[in-house]
Each structure stands twice: as C-alpha cells, then as structure tokens.
Design a protein. Sequence first.
Length: 315
Amino acid sequence: MSDSRTVFVAGGAGFIGLHVVNQLLERDWKVRIFDNMWRGDRDKANELAKTGNVEVIDQDIRSGAAVAAAMKGASHVIHLAADSINKSVADPYSSIDVNVVGSHNVFATAADQGIQRVVYASSASVYGDPEKLPMHEDDKLNPLTPYCITKRTGEDLLRYYERRAGLSWIALRFFNVYGPGQKTTAYYTSVINHFVNRLRNGEAPVIDGAGEQSMDFIHVKDIARAVVLATESEKANAAINVGTGIDTSVAQLARILIDAIGADVEPQFNPREVLVSRRAADTTRAKEMLGFEYSIPVGEGMTDLIRFEAAQDKK
Ligand SMILES: NC(=O)c1ccc[n+]([C@@H]2O[C@H](COP(=O)([O-])OP(=O)(O)OC[C@H]3O[C@@H](n4cnc5c(N)ncnc54)[C@H](O)[C@@H]3O)[C@@H](O)[C@H]2O)c1
C-alpha cells in the first residue's frame, strides 16, 4: 500500500470508526483499520477491504510492537480505540491498560515515525458536571470516572509528544454520538434505545423526574466529518468540542421519538428526585479551526435512525 495519504485508524471497525473509514474512502485516502474486534464489526471491515483501499489488521493497541509494525509507512493516525465508559467503573484496570497504555503506544509510535497528524477521540465527559452551558474547551476539567480520567490523560500525552517531538495533533471532544450502527448498550445514548423499544411495543416512554436532564446529541455522520476535517486541517494542537451546541432534554427526546415513530402515546412522568445534568457544546472553536458545523438536526437524525433500524429488522 502506498505511503502518501495512508491513515492508520485504531478502532476503525467500531461504530464511529466505520463511518470515518467510509468518509475517508470518499476522499481518496488509503486506510489501515487496526482493531482487536472486541466491539468491532469484522464483517463490515472485511467488506470495506474489498475496495482494495483498506487493510484490516486484527491486533491490540496494548501491543507496542504490533502498533509499530502496522503504522510503518502510514502518513496520518486516527485513534478511536478505547475501553467503553460502561466498563470503566466495573473494570478500571482494563480501562487504564487500553486507554492509557494503549493510547500511549499509538502516540509514542506516531511521534517516532514522524506521522503528520494524530486525531484522537476524546470525550465531553472530561468536563464532568459542567458549571455552565455551553461548555467551552478552556473550562475547568473534572473527569469523574476512570474512563474520563483516561481521556484527559490521552490529551496530556499528546501535548507531551508535541513538546518532545513536534507531534501535530487534534483531540476531538465528542458529545453524545448517535446513529446507525450504534450498540444498544451505549452509555449516554441508551435512553434513545430504551424509549424506542417501548414505543415499538406500543408503550409510552417513561421519564424520570421532569425530564430536564439534557444531552447534546450529534449524528455519527457529522462526527465522522469532523474527524476527517481534523485529519486534513492545517490547524492543530488543540482540544476541540464536537457537538451541535443544542441541549435536548430527555422530555424533548421522548417527543421527538414519538413523532419519528408516529406513535399515538404521550410520555409518562415518573415523579422522583433526579440529579439534573445538562450538556451543550460551545461550538466556536470547531468552526474557527476546522470550519465544522453540524448538518443533521436531531429530529431528522432520529427519524433516519428509526427508519434504518426498521429496515434492519426486516432483513
Ligand atoms: N459514542 C460516543 O457517544 C462517544 C462519545 C465520546 C467519545 N467517544 C470515543 O470515540 C471512540 C469511538 O467510539 P465508538 O462509539 O465508535 O466505540 P466502539 O466501541 O464502537 O469502537 C471502539 C473500537 O475500538 C476497538 N478496540 C477496543 N479496544 C481495543 C484494543 N485494545 N485494541 C484495538 N482495538 C480496540 C473496538 O473493537 C471497537 O471496534 C472511543 O474512543 C470513544 O471513547 C465516543
């Protein structure tokens, strides 16, 4: 495989990874998917390999030797591989191992091999519970779980290799990503799945408290576009939020999904004390540095997702 415009994509067979790889191929990149298939879709990755522009390497980022061998000759790196947030509280040892040791292998190797740009999947969860909305990149970080701590550590390691070896990097702080191909267990967005399942059974979505807790839902195709823009951007060396800037409350989400499914029900409210957390990205830096703005409004994205899932069920 030729060396110019070749991207090593760690975690490229995962939910976001497959969308990223598809968009890279549309822009004539050659791709090496490096994934241990823990949560990856091997069949879809192998399908992409048939284009002749994708190699699939079934290896683990915890092996520095495997990373070094597979990255040789690549020009760019996108690092999406991680232990999930759900697993991090139950098994912090594994989180630290994959997300810190593994990420370090990716970044140190990229610095050693003179990679032109590293794009890293960080997370809005590095902020913890925000003190104000929208959440700005320079706000205080307060990561609350091992997963969130590892994401901040990843950003710090990138800054270290920038100082030590001139590494060029962008850390994208993804907000609440949703869309076709997402695992039903996804932590923040599992509420979508829960509501959709109830609506499909003719049941009303049940909302705890007043449904005021909110998320900044961003469609996976918009996320993938931001990743490609960050890979190709002339600007670098910063953490950048990737969200819509809009906080959608759980009550609004229930209404959006009822309309998308066309169900004849009203949401039910389960009165109880709920810790209201809210999220919305400050999107100024993404626009200024990457020229990125979201393109898929949440109502349209959820309607598409429901159509996609209904089509999958019929297969
Ligand atoms: N989905 C979201 O809402 C969201 C939000 C913020 C940040 N992120 C981050 O974006 C990235 C991609 O998320 P996703 O939703 O596509 O998750 P995912 O689990 O679908 O994808 C991660 C991929 O990494 C692979 N992987 C895991 N451990 C590995 C290892 N040790 N070696 C090699 N490959 C390994 C998995 O097999 C999987 O294919 C992750 O880093 C995640 O933390 C996601």
